[in-house]
Design a protein around this ligand. Structure first.
Ligand code: SF4
Length: 271
């Protein structure tokens, strides 16, 4: 496909620029992940708790201009030769943000990985991931879908560009029903969850998901300022309550960063 054909696809009209990808795979120290793959730079979801711009030495405004790594699947097909292990897709930005509906870079990468013997660990907060259920099911896989609140108004305030919680929960249900390995990524846990922990646990449980990963809010100084103006902070109470509510329903709960201090430089685009 020519670059102009590529650009003239019309299923998303957000702000983007085409960027050359010099290297598709990067070694990763994230738990259970050997290599990191991020088809897009920047992210349109605009989560108020996102610290990826800081980690990637970007700024908040340019972070929301999506950099489309148009040649990433070509690079990947060369780099993947002879490798084994698990590729984390979306370790820094969401691989199923709206740009993916138009450019299909994540799908192109999955097509390269399929049949290689390598596995994938996908992180997203978009129901677009269900589009690729068949190809993901054909390889060793794990899919984490983030849900931070049952409350649409909180989601709209804190994750203004992301699909609302009901769509993410429906995606969990669809993938579970199709037999895929899915877990709920509950994080970051914010004080806005206090009082709604049981409701969130019930919604997660109703999807058929049986695993959850919890991540605390990583209150870097830049976030502290931004979130405190919204009346939001970290909450150990919400962390322990949502954990208990999930475990009471038979869901196996683990921590996103069990052995690490929270100020390391990897993000899980957590956001
Ligand atoms: S936290 Fe993740 S989904 Fe949200 S803006 Fe940052 S990279 Fe995107």
């Amino acid at each position: 496909m020519s670059l102009s054909d590529f650009l003239n696809r019309d299923r998303w009209d957000g702000r983007f620029e085409v960027a050359e990808c010099r290297r598709a795979l990067h070694p990763s120290g994230l738990p259970g992940i050997d290599f990191a793959l991020n088809p897009y730079g920047g992210c349109e979801h605009g989560c108020r708790y996102c610290y990826a711009p800081e980690v990637t030495h970007s700024d908040w405004d340019s972070w929301r201009v999506v950099r489309v790594r148009a040649n990433i699947a070509d690079r990947l097909s060369k780099e993947i030769q002879g490798l084994t292990g698990v590729i984390g897709i979306g370790t820094v930005t969401d691989p199923y943000q709206g740009a993916e509906a138009r450019f299909e870079l994540t799908l192109s990468c999955l097509q390269v990985i399929s049949g290689s013997g390598m596995g994938v660990h996908i992180h997203t907060k978009s129901d677009l991931v269900t589009r690729d259920a068949d190809i993901i099911a054909s390889m060793p896989h794990t899919i984490g879908i983030t849900v931070t609140t049952p409350d649409d108004s909180v989601s709209k305030r804190t994750e203004p560009g992301a699909p609302l919680p009901a769509r993410r929960l429906e995606a969990m249900r669809t993938l579970c029903d199709a037999g895929l390995d899915v877990y709920a990524l509950v994080g970051p846990v914010m004080s806005s969850l206090e009082g709604r922990e049981r409701e969130l646990a019930e919604l997660i449980c109703s999807t058929g998901v049986r695993k959850a990963v919890i991540d605390r809010l990583n209150l870097r100084p830049i976030l502290q300022d931004r979130l405190s103006r919204m009346g939001i902070g970290a909450s150990e109470k919400a962390v322990s309550t949502v954990r208990r509510c999930l475990e009471e329903r038979g869901i196996v709960v683990s921590d996103a960063f069990p052995d690490r201090p929270r100020n390391d430089s990897e993000t899980l685009h957590l956001r």
